[in-house]
Design a protein. Structure first.
Length: 371
């Protein structure tokens, strides 16, 4: 129905960046390497991040110790000391009382001046205040800390836990891993270069470390002329070939149609998903896509594109086609018998390599060789 040429592109191209800034300490991949999901690709220098984790952990341990102290309350020794201070203060108070009474008697008899009485009264009042203060302190030591103090300390501990978790996350981010299984398309950094999360300079810090893609998920990017665009429908089936390997055919289906046209080119971008990619396909290869004709009513009767296979290829309402060096079993729906074979109404796209006279021992997935 329609042939179009374009380029093979990965469905998702990932420019892998770092979440933290730092200098590259190690890089373990080269361009073209295949990597697994979560495989370590790059390590950044992490001394500073380790120090931050250690500092945050020490702060948390300190606060936890303070909370334990509050929860345990005062030690028996502290309670005994507070009570001893009260006893000593009461003794001083009693001594001050006796001195005050004696001074008052001597002042009354005229032996001492009134100033001496005032001084004795002041010493007694100070002793009474000291006893009251030490008694309240002793009572507080027995009761222990307030609940508000304990709650405040617990809040500080939660904050310290968050700081430790953040520092640990920053440390973990110095190890850059593959987000998906795929192939390294480009290596952008070398050991000793600086990686940043902000600005990117040609000779300064780098914004991303590698470019990668899953080469098992490929598409053909096409620019379809607006005059031909009406011939295509979403999910249109197609056969994909490449200039490099014209004898290899790949099944395809329209996966994406641009919502807007290109005014300068008078085209609409269409992407065809390759259903059976293999190692022969590479991004940026030239590719030709042949869209298959559909049943279309025409004037004077019905007409359709015929797919015919030799009768010897049929086995239990199925045929075997060759894909990537293996036999693939396809269930088919047959129609009438044509002059050159049996018509296939459903099950084949058209253009597949069909195995003639399949042997009885041939199974789905068996390795085959073509001549």
């Amino acid at each position: 129905m329609l042939n179009a040429t374009g380029y093979i592109v990965p469905a998702h191209k990932i420019e892998l960046a770092s979440k933290v800034i730092g200098k590259v300490a190690w890089i373990g991949v080269e361009k073209g390497d295949r990597v697994r999901k979560d495989q370590v690709l790059v390590r950044l220098e992490d001394d500073e991040y380790k120090a931050q984790v250690q500092q945050a952990r020490g702060n948390l341990l300190n606060l936890q110790a303070q909370l334990a102290q509050l929860l345990n309350g005062s030690r028996p020794e502290e309670v005994s000391r507070a009570q001893a201070d009260v006893v000593q203060a009461r003794a001083d108070q009693e001594n001050a009382r006796v001195t005050l009474e004696r001074t008052r008697q001597l002042v009354t008899e005229g032996v001492l001046a009134k100033q001496a009485l005032d001084d004795a009264q002041a010493r007694y009042d100070g002793a009474v205040a000291k006893v009251n203060s030490l008694q309240r302190t002793s009572d507080l030591v027995k009761i222990g800390p307030r609940q508000e103090q304990i709650d405040a300390m617990r809040g500080m501990i939660e904050q310290a836990k968050g700081q430790l978790a953040y520092a640990q996350t920053q440390l973990d981010n110095t190890v850059i891993r593959a987000p998906v299984t795929g192939t390294i398309l480009d290596r952008n950094v070398e050991k000793g270069e600086f990686v940043t999360t902000g600005f990117v300079g040609d000779r300064g810090a780098k914004g991303y470390v590698v470019t990668m893609a899953d080469l098992k998920d490929l598409k053909v990017e096409l620019d379809i002329n607006q005059n031909d665009f009406a011939k295509l429908d979403p999910k249109e089936k197609a056969v994909v070939t490449t200039d490099a390997f014209p004898d290899r055919k790949y099944q395809g289906i329209i996966d994406e149609i641009s919502p807007e046209a290109n005014r300068q080119k008078a085209t609409v971008q269409v992407k065809v998903k390759v259903l059976n990619p293999d190692d022969y396909l590479r991004p940026e290869m030239n590719a030709t896509v042949a869209f298959l004709a559909k049943d279309q009513p025409k004037a004077g009767g019905a007409a359709r594109a015929l797919i015919v296979v030799p009768a010897s290829a049929l086995k239990d309402n199925a045929v075997f086609v060759v894909a990537n060096g293996r036999a693939v079993r396809r269930s088919v729906k047959t129609g009438g018998v044509a002059s050159d074979g049996v018509r296939i109404d459903d099950g084949l796209f058209g253009g597949e390599d069909v195995i003639l006279n399949p042997p009885a021992r041939l199974t789905d997935g068996s390795k085959v060789k073509t001549k």
